[in-house]
Design a protein around this ligand. Structure first.
Ligand code: PLP
Length: 387
């Protein structure tokens, strides 16, 4: 079956009791047991919930995993992966990384004796040099956030396994429509379901999918013990989001390519970071690794001052000034002041996250309306007048 058919049907049989074509939302916190010490398929909603199970089953299938686990947020999912580690273990992470993951590693897990190094995963030679004898996990994001760097997943899987480490991939920007890391050798794929999977800016969630059933069991034990599970209503919304995921993502990718090309020609734009442009250093790997599109995130460097960058992102009318991404509505932000504010200024500078870097999440609006909005905001920020 094709991806979008599976997204609609796998794990979603009609309700046996009523025939409802949409599985119901099970809000019960606890379940009657057959007898003392005997367990049915569900006993307590933290340990397992039928609505959550529907979402996990569909997602596991779409990611070619043996199973999936849904969490209360993307960060809860990443934290569960990090809980596989022991004090003294080392994590090697991409340095084009979501600010919250950086903060978790740098400020929270360091207190538990877990060491982390950040290195450019789009430069495999330099990345490999950062592996240590105690590296137990390699954590990459591709496309990276916010510079849209492309990391070769298969090469990183080989690197991790050669050193006895696991490879985890934050695939939030790519979605399983474009890239399926488990098929390329990764051990764990993670999504902030808040983004494309939910797709409508109305749910907070995270999910992990894995190939190895034993690893799934270890992660389930951590999830059940720590409790960061996805609630039933959120799981329902994520299942609904999956049904239109392919259509949304493909359309958003098409619009993003149009906008990236137009931005690259604008005199006030110094540089565009979009893996679909041949000028992007990761374009050849992206062509191999991403199927049918290059994502709907674009970052670009303005040729102006930080003040003009702020004026620009505040001047868009359709595109809203907000963090987050991956939804039907387009969002714009300045990473240095918003999504990546948790990096120390020196760390931002080292990574190339300047005060004039803009990140755009392309939604489902018409490409011409989005372009008109960007053009008028650029004109307002740079010439002080509305188009
Ligand atoms: N990974 C990426 C790439 C993200 O962009 C985000 C959130 O913006 C997260 C992880 C964290 O997800 P959540 O906000 O659902 O906890």
């Amino acid at each position: 079956m094709h991806f979008r058919t599976r997204a609609i049907h796998v794990g979603q049989p009609p309700d046996p009791q009523t025939g409802a074509v949409v599985p119901p939302i099970h809000l019960a916190a606890t379940y009657v047991q057959p007898a003392v010490g005997q367990w049915g398929p569900y006993d307590y909603s933290r340990s397992g919930n039928p609505t959550r199970k529907v979402f996990e089953t569909t997602l596991a299938d779409l990611e070619s995993g043996s199973g999936a686990l849904a969490f209360s947020s993307g960060m809860a999912a990443i934290h569960a992966v990090m809980m596989l580690l022991e004090p003294g273990d080392h994590v090697l992470a991409s340095w084009d990384l979501y600010g919250g993951t950086y903060r978790l590693l740098q400020r929270i897990l360091s207190r538990q004796g877990i060491q982390a190094t950040f290195a450019p995963s789009d430069d495999l030679e330099r990345f490999a040099q950062a592996v240590r004898p105690n590296t137990r996990l390699i954590w990459i994001e591709t496309p990276g956030n916010p510079l849209l760097t492309i990391t070769d997943i298969a090469a990183c899987a080989e690197l991790a396994h050669r050193h006895g480490a696991l490879l985890g991939v934050d695939s939030t920007f790519a979605t399983p429509v474009l890239t399926r890391p488990l098929e390329l050798g990764a051990d764990i794929v993670m999504h902030s379901a808040t983004k494309y999977l939910g797709g409508h800016s109305d749910v907070l969630g995270g999910v992990l999918a894995v190939r190895d059933p034993e690893l799934l069991e270890r992660l389930w034990t951590i999830q059940n013990a720590t409790g960061g599970v996805m609630a039933p209503l959120e799981a329902f919304l994520c299942s609904r989001g999956l049904k239109t995921l392919e259509l949304r993502v493909r359309e958003q990718c098409g619009t993003a390519l149009v906008l990236a090309r137009r931005l690259a020609e604008h005199p006030r734009v110094r540089r565009v970071y979009y893996p679909g442009l041949p000028s992007h250093p990761g374009h050849p790997i992206a062509c191999r690794q991403m199927q049918g599109g290059f994502g709907a995130m674009i970052s670009f460097e303005l040729d102006g001052s930080p003040e003009q960058a702020k004026q620009f992102v505040q001047a868009t009318r359709i595109i809203q000034l907000a963090v987050s991404l991956g939804a039907v509505e387009s969002l714009i932000e300045l990473p240095a002041f918003m999504s990546h504010a948790s990096y120390e200024p020196a760390q931002r500078a080292a990574r190339g996250i300047t005060d004039t870097l803009v990140r755009l999440s392309v939604g489902l609006e018409h490409p011409d309306d989005l372009w008109d909005d960007l053009a008028q905001a650029l004109q307002k920020a740079f010439d002080g007048s509305r188009a």
